[in-house]
Design a protein around this ligand. Structure first.
Ligand code: V47
Length: 370
């Protein structure tokens, strides 16, 4: 029996999805606006299963947030503070290495490193951090520094972006995470992150990363002041760059957390928007291999449902997450491998533990001591 859409506007979109045709910006807006969430999820699931069947990826990773000191003061961020704030911190390199050591033996395969734009740390702090981790954990992939941080590090290093990236790669950088994109629309950026580098600069950094043969991820912060039209525009701009470079691996919609931010008059995102964000992303980003449900931000329960709304990746074990938790996230900061495996199996999918670049993966069973 054919699925019957509640919203007839979804019928022509369904025809294109079934035929594997690209959706337009306007169709993207329709997907963001339609009350027929089940219809949007149904379509996203068609694409998800066409690409990945029941396969669902996760990674054994560890997040490291080396400093919360930041020269910017973004309205949506509760993590970044100024140096004179009693809650400010900058981890000495030895502390980063010692923390990482505690994790030895756990078969971690990725360090995910992001932090504030620190006014005084020298470029060598970053290269020494990468080199020190790589020396101690040669097999662990390092995914580090958002496009915003990379642009800032180039300023600190006094080098062109390409040379900065080459120096970081030489020290151990493996790939670039997707943060810092927020929402590309200038209207909203003026209100939520006026000092921050613009959309074109974010896209330029990723274009440059890809030109060096490195992979990266992309994100979109949703659930604040942006409109459905601005969300659709964000996705189309990412899709255009991916047409050009093919360097993006994964897209992660990031649910805005308002607590302790200057946007604390807003509410946390409703579950329907979290599911819709993943589903619309899956449908619009037809050239992105993966869509990730970041359980830290949308809760494990929504992340599990998301596996039927377009997502094929559950991120990973994480261990320590400060950015969303500073903004009121109530989720744990660590997930044990067994919990992720069970959640994926309960959703009727097949759990595959992957490396950062999705080059190696293997099916997992719940095991003792994971
Ligand atoms: O860059 C900041 C966002 C990002 C808030 O690449 C906030 O695989 C919600 O980018 N509420 C960091 N979001 C996280 C990130 C990420 C996470 C997981 C996987 C990957 C990946 C990337 O979080 C920041 C910013 O865009 N953010 N404040 C907030 N209050």
């Amino acid at each position: 029996m054919l699925f019957k859409f509640e919203d007839p506007q979804l019928n022509p979109i369904a025809g294109k999805v079934r035929a594997g045709e690209r959706l337009s910006l306007q169709e993207g807006v329709t997907l963001w606006k339609t009350p027929d969430l089940l219809g949007v999820g149904y379509l996203a699931n068609i694409v998800r299963e066409r690409q990945h069947g029941n396969r669902t990826y996760f990674i054994h990773n560890r997040h490291i947030n080396h400093t919360n000191i930041c020269v910017n003061s973004c309205q949506f961020c509760a993590f970044g503070v100024k140096e004179d704030n009693p809650a400010s911190y900058t981890k000495p390199l030895q502390e980063i290495f010692d923390d990482a050591e505690q994790y030895r033996g756990g078969n971690v395969s990725e360090f995910h490193i992001v932090g504030g734009l620190h006014p005084d740390l020298p470029f060598q702090y970053y290269t020494d951090m990468l080199a020190g981790l790589k020396q101690r954990f040669p097999k662990v992939h390092i995914q580090a520094f958002t496009a915003v941080e990379l642009e800032y590090l180039a300023q600190i290093a006094g080098m062109p972006l390409v040379d900065t990236l080459l120096a970081l790669r030489e020290a151990g950088l493996g790939s670039v995470p997707g943060g810092g994109a927020e929402i590309f629309a200038r209207r909203v950026r003026r209100k939520i992150c006026n000092e921050k580098t613009g959309a074109d600069a974010w896209l330029h950094v990723h274009r440059t990363v890809h030109s060096l043969g490195m992979r990266s991820n992309a994100t979109m912060l949703y659930g604040h002041l942006e409109t459905p039209e601005e969300r659709a525009d964000h996705l189309v701009r990412l899709r255009n760059l991916q047409d050009e470079t093919g360097g993006f691996l994964t897209f992660i919609p990031l649910a805005f957390h308002p607590e302790n931010t200057r946007l604390d008059f807003l509410h946390t995102t409703p579950g329907q928007l979290d599911l819709r964000a993943l589903a619309v992303s899956r449908l619009m980003l037809d050239n992105f291999p993966h869509i990730k449900a970041f359980w830290i931000m949308i809760t494990p329960k929504i992340a599990q449902l998301a596996l039927s709304y377009g997502a094929d990746d559950m991120d990973g074990t994480v261990v320590e997450e400060k950015i969303t938790h500073a903004a009121g996230a109530v989720t744990d900061q660590i997930f044990h491998k067994n919990t992720i495996i069970e959640m994926i199996r309960e959703a009727g999918r097949v759990p595959l533990e992957r490396d950062t670049l999705y080059e190696e993966f293997q099916e997992c069973m719940v095991s003792a001591g994971s």
